[in-house]
Design a protein around this ligand. Structure first.
Ligand code: MN3
Length: 214
């Protein structure tokens, strides 16, 4: 993803059939090529008229949208959030066999939740408990403490660091699962890219240690 405007659609990091049978090809085509692309187009259109905001990073657009010109504030909140969330959503899934957390992340999950199955239960409750469209998240604070949160619409949990996110907008699952959000969650969970998420958590801890030493 570009550092700032103009943003372009990153390719899907795997084939459109890579998440079968949990997530079907047509869902990925709609979700990535249409929905994700639309958030990017809309965000670029909003920023087009405002050169002063064109060097803002995506994280800045999401977190500091109250400082934006009023006429684009809500639009940027929705669409920059949509870009941020979908970029991460597709990157945190992977083809292949079921994986599990590794190293410090495995330890942190044991500490905060007991075990991976308990984390799954907490996250599934968040996914099912999000009324209407939104997201369920596994996040970390700057010190590496994990928690599960949910957000409505395209809101993000920033400044907490997102590690994993489940899209519970109907467009993420309706073609495959219709109204069965819980079945979608179970399928989605089997495709989580734990090795990559474990690496992201390692990097977060390293940053924390560096800050503490610096
Ligand atoms: Mn979506």
């Amino acid at each position: 993803m570009e550092a700032h405007y103009p943003f372009t659609l990153p390719p899907l990091p795997y084939g459109y059939d890579a998440l079968l049978p949990e997530i079907e090809e047509r869902t990925l085509h709609f979700h990535h090529d249409k929905h994700f692309a639309t958030y990017i187009d809309n965000l670029n259109k909003l920023l087009e008229q405002h050169p002063s905001c064109q060097d803002w990073s995506l994280e800045q657009l999401v977190q500091e949208c109250s400082r934006l010109p009023e006429d684009i504030r809500q639009g940027v909140r929705n669409n920059a959030g949509g870009v941020y969330n979908h970029d991460l959503y597709f990157k945190t899934l992977a083809p292949g066999p079921v994986t599990s957390p590794e190293g410090p992340l495995e330890d942190a999950i044991a500490r905060e939740f007991g075990d991976l199955e308990s984390l799954k239960t907490v996250m599934k409750n968040a996914a099912l408990g999000q009324f209407g469209s939104g997201w369920a998240w596994l996040v970390s604070d700057r010190e590496g403490r994990l928690s599960v949160v949910k957000t409505p619409n395209q809101d993000t949990p920033l400044p907490l660091t997102p590690l994993l996110l489940c899209d519970v907008w109907e467009h993420a699952y309706y073609l495959d699962y219709q109204n069965r959000r819980g079945d979608y969650f179970e399928g989605w969970w089997r495709k989580v890219n734990w090795p990559e998420i474990s690496k992201a958590y390692d990097a977060l801890l390293e940053n924390h240690i560096r800050r503490a030493e610096g």
